[in-house]
Design a protein around this ligand. Structure first.
Ligand SMILES: C[S@@+](CC[C@H](N)C(=O)[O-])C[C@H]1O[C@@H](n2cnc3c(N)ncnc32)[C@H](O)[C@@H]1O
Length: 306
């Protein structure tokens, strides 16, 4: 029987580049995430129905905030918009709609994802060269302070420390600029965690923070929370193997410490399947919950309260 893959499988982390000092834990984790998404780039689009839906929801949620804030921005510099953690680039079309005259940046840690985003991008009349690809870390943006009108990020910030990623978002936003962020809350993949709890003590998903944690981190970063929304969506598949494959493809599973090393044995796999069966829906599909958090954040003008 082929071994079930229960998560993103990072490359073996050696922790020591040839002839060099050991890499710090953060750098190792980053490298792991990057190589997992490099490998997921080919399969991402076919597995990412929920991700497309979340992008569309973030755009609908963000539209009134963008309409109210972006036209009020100073026109002293070009209007710039960033898709932060762009993946294969679903979000870039939404940026066109939310912030039409903008120069776009498509930023991701994984070069293979960026290559697909470039191939997908439409080149609107306002930016005939298309989005500028940037291979970088959301926690260390290679962008000028106060240079963006719109920071858009769908399903990427859950891979980062909330304080660090929102501090960077706040730094690069121009006064009056808007951040629209979709991330995942603690009920995400609860069915999977419950089923695995009976099998082993390993971690099978990353840690998902509640909305209160994200809102507090935003305020601490000097951003005003203009609006927020939580919604539960479900991905589904006819069997657990298909569901796990989709979860792995879109990168919601863990690459952190405590994850399982090695494949499940036959008995453990059958046990896991039996436990997950209890969630089968009346339409015959097995669901996986995505606890989606949408946030609209604004960088205040100097002197105005957050
Ligand atoms: C689940 S995908 C979402 C992609 C896209 N935004 C979408 O909605 O389809 C997450 C993306 O975030 C990227 N990512 C994860 N951590 C990152 C980081 N620290 N800096 C930049 N990109 C990161 C991954 O490489 C991946 O392409």
């Amino acid at each position: 029987m082929p071994e079930p893959q229960t998560g993103l499988q990072p490359e073996p982390a050696q922790g020591r580049p040839a002839g060099g000092e050991p890499l710090p834990a953060d750098a190792l984790r980053r490298r792991s995430i990057r190589s997992a998404f490099e490998r997921a780039a080919d399969s991402y689009d076919t597995a990412a129905q929920v991700q497309r839906e979340i992008c569309a929801r973030l755009a609908r949620f963000g539209h009134p905030f963008a309409a109210a804030t972006i036209p009020t921005l100073s026109r002293e510099q070009p209007v710039r918009a960033l898709d932060a953690g762009c993946g294969t680039g679903f979000g870039l079309a939404q940026l066109d709609a939310l912030c039409p005259p903008a120069q776009q940046f498509a930023l991701d840690l994984a070069p293979a994802m960026l290559a697909r985003a470039r191939a997908r991008a439409r080149h609107p009349a306002s930016a005939p060269a298309g989005p500028l690809p940037v291979c970088a870390d959301l926690e260390h943006l290679p962008l000028r302070t106060a240079s963006l009108a719109l920071y858009w990020s769908s399903l990427a910030v859950q891979w980062c420390a909330p304080a660090r990623v929102l501090d960077e978002a706040s730094r690069v936003l121009a006064p009056g600029g808007l951040a629209l962020v979709a991330t995942l809350g603690p009920r995400t993949l609860w069915e999977l965690r419950t089923a695995f709890a009976a099998i082993d003590n390993s971690r099978h998903t990353i840690d998902f923070h509640p909305i209160e944690h994200w809102s507090a981190a935003a305020r601490a970063a000097g951003l005003a929370v203009l609006g927020s929304e939580c919604v539960e969506l479900a991905a589904w598949a006819p069997d657990l193997r298909g569901l796990l494959r989709d979860i792995k493809s879109i990168g919601a599973a863990t690459v952190d410490g405590g994850r399982r090393r090695g494949a499940l044995g036959r008995q453990a796999w059958e046990n896991l399947q039996a436990r997950y069966e209890t969630h089968r829906r009346s339409d015959g599909q097995l669901p996986a919950t995505y606890d989606v958090i949408l946030l609209a954040l604004r960088k205040p003008f100097p002197g105005s309260p957050t």
